[in-house]
Design a binder for this molecule. Structure first.
Ligand code: CDV
Length: 308
């Protein structure tokens, strides 16, 4: 058995004028609760240090204060220090502005000693680039972020760990690319408004779709998934909560019940992934790459070789 106690540290709204120090205090409080409940890894949401600023369209230069230019930085170092003191790892979502001026929506995985394991850059950037006046609120992520181009996995926490951010979770290849690298634990942070302007008929299905994609991704790749929301009404926009921990069976084994700051904890056995990876989803035995290649030849739609 390879037991690991993981915590989904859901957050309620972060106000636009809530300073980094106040937000980090909330993250520390969640970390302490997770640690008291035995967690060895605490997972925070997407953009966990700021409000979800892509709901507004502004000049990039006006948005710079929403980005981190270093991690840890002056306000976040205490999080790394406390994690090291408690011997707990964490995964933190934030907006990153690199020294070269590149902007990414990232997830940063830190081990129990406070050392960085890896940084993932969100691949599927949803929404739009230009201001769109017909929307109730903007979802201008394509204005604020460029896409990453890979779903790597890392050896950490005695297992194989991958990361994804929000819209990535709706795409099967997100899980499959990591699954093909043996991912046993997939960490996902999200901010999902309950109102979807391009097609409001989907509004009532937000919770269903959230569970559907994460439960399917876990099951079809024999992996645990930890999905963590920033929920509740933030700057007038209501967002889905329902953070959850999903087993390779596709079953939800822990779930948040509020829309605010809350911790859901589960002790998982990473060896349980074999129950699916070595049976129904034995990729080496049952996948038929030639069939995918034939489809590619017939349709002309090319898949990169590593994805088939
Ligand atoms: N932050 C996100 O990526 N949100 C998206 C939008 C499209 C609602 C999501 O897939 O949840």
């Amino acid at each position: 058995m390879r037991l690991l106690t993981v915590a989904a540290a859901q957050m309620g709204p972060i106000a636009a004028d809530e300073g980094r120090e106040a937000v980090v205090d909330r993250l520390l409080a969640l970390m302490d609760i997770a640690s008291e409940r035995g967690a060895e890894l605490v997972v925070y949401p997407e953009l966990a240090l700021t409000t979800f600023f892509p709901r507004w369209h502004m000049e990039l230069s006006e948005a710079n204060h929403y980005y981190e230019t270093e991690m840890p930085g002056p306000a976040t170092k205490v999080l790394f220090d406390e994690a090291k003191r408690l011997g707990i790892g964490f995964c933190l979502g934030y907006a990153s502005l690199t020294a070269e001026g590149r902007r990414f929506n990232v997830y940063h995985l830190v081990d129990k000693t406070g050392e960085t394991v890896g940084i993932f850059q969100k691949v599927h950037i949803p929404g739009h680039d230009e201001y769109e006046s017909w929307r109730e609120f903007q979802h201008a992520e394509r204005h604020y972020f460029e896409p990453g181009d890979d779903f790597p996995v890392w050896r950490a926490f005695d297992g194989i760990v991958g990361m994804a951010i929000c819209n990535d979770r709706r795409w099967p290849e997100t899980y499959r690319v990591m699954g093909m690298q043996g991912a046993e634990l997939i960490l996902i942070g999200y901010n999902t408004p309950l109102h979807y302007d391009p097609d409001p008929t989907q509004n009532a299905l937000a919770g269903f779709h959230n569970a559907l994609v994460m439960q399917s991704g876990a099951y079809q790749n024999g992996a645990f998934v930890v999905g963590v929301a920033k929920g509740g009404i933030e700057e007038g926009v209501d967002s889905l909560a329902q953070s959850m921990i999903v087993a390779p069976s596709g079953q939800i084994i822990a779930q948040c019940i509020t829309t605010g700051d809350e911790v859901a904890v589960a002790t998982i056995d990473l060896d349980f992934t074999k129950t699916y990876k070595h049976t129904l989803f034995d990729f080496a035995k049952y996948r038929v790459p030639d069939a995918y290649r034939r489809i590619t030849e017939q349709t002309g739609v090319e898949l990169p070789p590593e994805k088939i």
